[in-house]
Design a protein around this ligand. Structure first.
Ligand code: SF4
Length: 118
């Protein structure tokens, strides 16, 4: 009999989606980040990754633009220094840089074309 994790892996392989491990909130990515400062403006990789995951979910997609816009200001996704140390230290091997680049792309699209959807 398959465990739940094995079942998810089988389904992920069958339907062509990638299983993304959950963030455990350890803060290693924030600790390693050269831009993140406690109490500072930059939200950090874990928060941006969370936005990306919520944007992927069918129900979360309804608020995608609002979420992306919240990361377009000071301390948002553009503040990432792209040093990529977050992804190296994450104990869950979450593809943080992938999430950051996807949210960054969404923010650029929103910046240029968001007014068309308003
Ligand atoms: S290092 Fe990984 S598991 Fe830890 S808070 Fe950051 S994203 Fe979450």
């Amino acid at each position: 009999m398959l465990s739940l994790a094995q079942l998810v892996d089988v389904l992920a392989q069958r339907f062509g989606f990638r299983r993304v491990p959950s963030c455990i909130g350890c803060g290693a990515c924030l600790e390693a980040c050269a831009v993140y400062v406690p109490g500072g403006d930059f939200v950090g990789a874990a928060a941006i990754n969370r936005v990306h995951l919520k944007n992927q979910h069918p129900s979360g997609a309804m608020e995608k633009r609002k979420r992306v816009r919240s990361l377009m200001g000071n301390g948002g996704v553009a503040d990432c220094g792209k040093a990529q140390v977050c992804v190296e230290v994450c104990p869950k091997q979450i593809p943080l840089t992938e999430s950051i680049s996807k949210v960054s792309r969404d923010a650029t699209k929103e910046l240029f074309w968001g007014w068309l959807a308003d």
